[in-house]
Write a protein that binds this ligand. Structure first.
Ligand SMILES: *[C@@H]1O[C@H](CO)[C@@H](O)[C@H](O)[C@H]1NC(C)=O
Ligand SMILES: *[C@@H]1O[C@H](CO)[C@@H](O)[C@H](O)[C@H]1NC(C)=O
Ligand SMILES: *[C@@H]1O[C@H](CO)[C@@H](O)[C@H](O)[C@H]1NC(C)=O
Ligand SMILES: *[C@@H]1O[C@H](CO)[C@@H](O)[C@H](O)[C@H]1NC(C)=O
Ligand SMILES: *[C@@H]1O[C@H](CO)[C@@H](O)[C@H](O)[C@H]1NC(C)=O
Ligand SMILES: *[C@@H]1O[C@H](CO)[C@@H](O)[C@H](O)[C@H]1NC(C)=O
Ligand SMILES: *[C@@H]1O[C@H](CO)[C@@H](O)[C@H](O)[C@H]1NC(C)=O
Ligand SMILES: *[C@@H]1O[C@H](CO)[C@@H](O)[C@H](O)[C@H]1NC(C)=O
Length: 440
């Protein structure tokens, strides 16, 4: 997404009503031994210490088109309040209409809570049910959550996208993020799919020790603000082995993050992997220790992008960021630093960004650019970038970007035709450089 939205999120999260938790639990006395399929009974014997909680025990029925939010909340309550140290919450195969849903901790005596989604969850399309800035499914303040099972979270975003005014209006109402994780420790999200989120697919706020792997994230290339994964104020976060095809950033790394690793991501269509935007709000925290490695970008508008707002209200910094072994396939701006970012026509200020960028390594970046300026490093006039390194960069012009009659020789022409552009930065160059270095 083109700007940061989570500065006020913590406050909002506390305002949720407890009403959905207050009805009488229908499945109160149904525990792992109560009402389970034969398979689950067998499993239960095998792992006798794991409590199994199935949403069907609380009245949820697959494929019946009714809303099962209450059954899911009741099942969560059972799982989270359990005295077992390990609990499996099962959402079986089939389609379930739910949401918005809040799965909140702390789950005091549960050290490992697995939510196993095998089915296809479908979000409500009634937008009046969601808070601005809220999520469709939110997990908050839980230690040791694993979300897995091969299932799909379908945000049913197509009905909501026409109501998204955030690409033009800075005071827009925010549509719900599909999966939101707030204040979580030791989370694993593995083998799940997200399709057609109304807003972001997955967002992390104030999470520690988070691992996401084998995710499949899809939305149309023209769906607004459907960032694949957004990370904010989090540390020790690792995402790997995932496919992201969406309408905005595949991954966006906002303010206050440290020790973030993104590896083996296939991105495209989408807006690429972005740091930022940074410097929109007062009191933003620094970004430090980012590694993006072994990723492939195809047909994206950006490859690796670092963007900070012009006229930022406070000082902040982003440092120690490495982008390594990245393959670009027909990417419009493969490497881009943009420190005068301002997507709204209302910003006319010429004041330079106060976000200090330093220790940025681009290593082994190769492939094709669909525009001639393959490397653009435009830093802040007020705070020039420091310690920017480019090592072995080989980007040629995509054959489709070369005129028809020239196509035969496009490889050669491509190498010669790409260029770089620098402002307020003196980068250091090591090894191959195509495009050739720029001199500022
Ligand atoms: C739960 O079921 C057991 C046996 O099935 C019974 O002894 C117990 O009273 C029940 N508890 C409640 C709260 O209904
Ligand atoms: C137990 O589960 C079956 C199907 O899984 C369902 O038909 C039945 O109503 C459930 N019983 C109770 C008491 O919830
Ligand atoms: C959690 O564990 C504590 C300490 O062992 C115990 O007193 C408490 O009853 C347990 N809570 C639940 C919900 O089982
Ligand atoms: C919880 O999960 C972690 C990691 O999978 C494992 O090392 C630990 O033994 C589990 N703890 C319990 C109580 O099952
Ligand atoms: C997560 O860990 C931090 C640091 O250890 C702690 O302050 C916080 O309370 C933990 N959060 C939860 C939900 O337990
Ligand atoms: C990802 O999900 C999309 C849409 O559901 C599907 O078409 C595609 O095959 C999936 N890709 C992988 C690698 O699972
Ligand atoms: C830079 O970030 C990497 C990866 O997160 C980390 O291992 C390293 O210690 C950091 N270096 C400095 C000087 O902070
Ligand atoms: C490459 O990208 C450009 C601009 O995004 C697009 O017009 C063109 O069709 C793409 N070419 C291929 C071969 O995908």
């Amino acid at each position: 997404m083109e700007f940061s939205i989570f500065h006020h999120l913590r406050v909002l999260f506390f305002f949720f009503t407890l009403s959905s938790y207050s009805f009488v639990l229908r499945g109160d006395n149904i525990t792992s031994a109560g009402n389970l399929s034969l398979r689950n009974r067998v499993r239960n014997r095998d792992k006798s210490s794991v409590l199994l909680v199935d949403v069907r025990s609380f009245g949820a029925r697959a494929n019946d088109h009714r809303d099962h939010t209450k059954a899911f909340v009741a099942a969560w309550d059972k799982a989270c309040k359990s005295s077992s140290s390990s609990v499996d919450l099962i959402i079986p195969r089939g389609e379930f209409h739910v949401g918005p849903l809040r799965f909140s901790g702390p789950c005091t005596n549960v050290s490992n809570l697995t939510v196993r989604v095998k089915g296809n969850l479908k979000a409500s399309t009634d937008l009046s049910k969601y808070r601005s800035g809220g999520g469709w499914i939110e997990f908050g303040w839980i230690n040791g959550l694993t979300l897995t099972g091969g299932g799909t979270f379908d945000g049913q975003g197509a009905v909501a996208w026409p109501f998204n005014k955030c690409t033009t209006d800075s005071n827009c109402k925010l549509l719900p993020t599909s999966l939101k994780f707030v204040g979580m420790n030791r989370t694993v999200v593995r083998r799940i799919s997200s399709v057609n989120s109304k807003f972001f697919h997955i967002a992390l706020v104030e999470c520690r020790d988070f691992k996401g792997t084998r995710l499949n994230i899809t939305a149309p290339s023209d769906s607004p603000n459907t960032d694949g994964i957004h990370i904010e104020r989090s540390s020790n976060v690792y995402f790997s082995r995932s496919h992201i095809a969406t309408g905005d950033d595949c991954v966006s790394i906002g303010q206050g993050n440290s020790q973030i690793t993104i590896t083996s991501i296939k991105c495209g269509p989408g807006h690429g992997i972005s740091v930022g935007s940074l410097g929109r709000y007062p009191n933003e925290k620094d970004v430090k220790g980012l590694v993006v490695r072994d990723c492939k970008m195809s047909g994206t508008t950006n490859g690796i992008r670092i963007k900070t707002w012009a006229d930022s209200p406070g000082l902040s910094a982003a440092t120690n960021m490495t982008f390594e072994n990245i393959v670009m396939n027909n990417v419009t701006n493969p490497i881009i630093i943009d420190q005068s970012y301002c997507p709204f026509s209302s910003c006319t200020s010429n004041v330079p960004s106060k976000v200090k960028l330093s220790e940025i390594y681009f290593k082994n970046i190769r492939g094709t650019s669909s525009s001639r300026v393959a490397v653009q490093l435009h830093c802040s006039r007020g705070m020039p970038c420091k310690k920017v390194y480019l090592e072995n960069v080989h980007l040629s012009l995509s054959s489709s970007a070369v005129g028809g009659s020239e196509k035969k020789q496009s490889r050669n022409i491509g190498s010669e035709a790409v260029s770089s552009s620098c402002r307020y930065v003196r980068a250091k160059y090591i090894g191959t450089q195509i495009p050739p270095p720029c001199h500022y």
